[in-house]
Write a protein that binds this ligand. Structure first.
Ligand code: 9MR
Length: 368
C-alpha cells in the first residue's frame, strides 16, 4: 500500500485539525501543518514524556502544529530489544496509539543503527549469532508495526563522510550487503510501510554519492526502497542550500521520495558539523554563551535561515514528502546535551515556554 503523497496528507488533515487551530483560523494559516498541508507532512520528534502525554502544553502544541511524529529514542534497539529474547514495546506501542488516535503519521526510527545498540548485541562474537540477532530484530519489530507505522528509517547512518561504508558492527559481521538485506527483511515483514535510508550530511557531495551508490545497490537487488531521509542538522548561517537542492534532485532522479527527517539549526559554537554522536567537545564556558537568553539578532538570523530552507522545500514540494523537526521546543533539543553537555541551545521553532519564535513566523509567513 503506497499512499500517493497528496492523498495521505489530505486524508490525515481532514480529520486531525486540532480545534484550537480551527478556532483561531480565519483567512490565514495558524499552524505549520495547516499551512503546508498541500506540500508535505510536518513532523516532530517525541521524547518519553511527550509520548506519555505527561505535559499538557506539549501535547496541545504537538496536536496543533504537526501531523507526523518520530520517536526520538524509544524504538532504538537498546530500548525496544534489551535482551536476546527480550523486547520492550511499551513506549513504542504508545506512540503508535498516539498517532492512531490523532491521525499522525508515525515514522519508525530506526531498525538498523550502530549507535544505541543493546549491550548483548555488542558482545555477540559469532557471525551466525549476529545474523540471527539482525534477522530476529528486524522481523519482530517490522512485523509488529506493519501497517501501523507509516514508514521506517530501515537503516540509519551507514556511511562515512567520504561516502564509504562506516566501519560498524553490522559491516564487520555481515559485510557490505547488510543494508540490502535489512531492506529485504523490512520489505518482507512490513509490506505496507514505506522504507527509507536515513543519514546526516548526505546532502554533501561525497556522502551523497555514497548514498546514491547504496540506494542503487538495493534497487539492483530488486529490493524495495521508497525514500532517502536527509536529517538536516545544520548550523546558523551555514545552511548548504545548493547541496541540499542538488541532493533533492539527485535522490528524486532515482525514483525516491525525499524527506528531511531531523531538522534543527544549531545556535552555539561548534568545531564540526553533522551529528555523529561519537564526536564530542570538552565543556568550556565560552561554548555556552547564551545561558540566560539569546540576542534577538541571532533569532532573526535563524528566522532568515529557516525561511530560505522552507523556500527551497516549497520549490521542490513535489519531491518532498515530509519535513520533521528534531524536537518540539528548544528546551527538549538533544543539542542542549551534545557535543558539549549542559548547554542552552535554541535550534527549533518554539522556545522553552512553547512560544513561537521569529523562525516559526518566518516559516508560516511563506504560506500566508
Ligand atoms: O535525539 C536523540 C538523543 O536523545 C539521543 O541521546 C541520541 C543518542 O544517540 O540520539 C539522538 O537522536 C539522533 C537520531 O536518532 C539519529 N540522528 C542523530 C540524532 C541526534 O544525535
Amino acid at each position: 500500500m503506497h499512499f500517493p503523497k497528496k492523498t495521505i496528507i489530505t486524508a490525515m488533515l481532514s480529520c486531525c485539525i486540532y480545534s484550537f487551530s480551527q478556532a483561531q483560523t480565519t483567512a490565514t494559516n495558524t499552524s505549520l501543518k495547516q499551512a503546508y498541508q498541500k506540500d508535505f507532512l510536518i513532523g516532530t520528534a517525541l521524547n518519553t514524556a511527550q509520548i506519555e502525554k505527561k505535559d499538557a502544553k506539549a501535547t496541545a502544541l504537538i496536536l496543533q502544529q504537526f501531523n507526523a511524529v518520530t520517536p526520538e529514542n524509544c524504538m532504538k534497539a537498546e530500548n525496544i530489544h534489551p535482551g536476546w529474547d527480550k523486547y520492550d514495546f511499551n513506549l513504542a506501542d504508545k506512540i503508535v496509539a498516539f498517532g492512531k488516535e490523532h491521525n499522525l503519521a508515525v515514522n519508525g526510527h530506526t531498525l538498523v543503527w550502530h549507535s544505541q545498540l543493546p549491550v548483548f548485541a555488542r558482545k555477540i562474537v559469532s557471525v551466525d549469532s549476529f545474523k540471527t540477532f539482525f534477522t530476529n530484530h528486524i522481523s519482530t519489530i517490522a512485523s509488529r508495526y506493519s501497517g501501523k507505522v507509516f514508514s521506517w528509517d530501515v537503516v540509519n547512518e551507514a556511511l562515512n563522510e567520504d561516502g564509504t561504508m562506516r566501519k560498524s558492527i553490522f559491516l564487520e559481521k555481515l559485510g557490505q550487503d547488510y543494508v540490502t538485506e535489512a531492506f529485504r527483511l523490512a520489505q518482507q515483514h512490513a509490506p505496507n510501510t514505506e522504507l527509507y535510508y536515513n543519514d546526516y550530511n548526505n546532502e554533501q557531495p561525497q556522502k551523497r554519492a555514497g548514498c546514491i551508490a547504496l540506494v542503487k545497490k538495493v534497487q539492483a537487488a530488486g529490493v524495495r526502497i521508497d525514500g532517502v531521509g536527509i536529517q538536516g542538522h545544520w548550523h546558523l548561517g551555514k545552511l548548504p542550500l545548493r547541496d541540499i537542492e542538488e541532493s533533492i534532485l539527485a535522490y528524486h532522479a532515482l525514483g525516491l521520495k525525499v524527506m528531511f527527517t531531523e531538522v534543527d539549526i544549531e545556535m552555539l559554537p561548534r568545531s564540526f558539523g553533522g551529528a555523529d554522536v561519537n564526536q564530542t567537545m570538552a565543556a568550556n564556558p565560552s561554548l555556552n554563551p547564551y545561558k540566560s537568553g539569546i540576542p534577538d539578532s541571532l533569532l532573526q538570523q535563524q528566522a532568515k535561515d529557516y525561511e530560505s530552507l522552507f523556500k527551497l522545500f516549497l520549490k521542490h514540494q513535489d519531491k518532498i514528502t515530509r519535513v520533521t523537526f528534531w524536537g518540539v521546543h528548544d528546551g527538549q533539543s538533544w543539542l542542549n546535551g551534545w557535543p558539549v553537555p549542559g548547554r542552552t541551545n535554541y535550534p527549533l521553532l518554539f522556545d522553552r515556554a512553547f512560544a513561537p519564535k521569529p523562525a516559526y513566523h518566518a516559516v508560516l509567513a511563506l504560506k500566508n
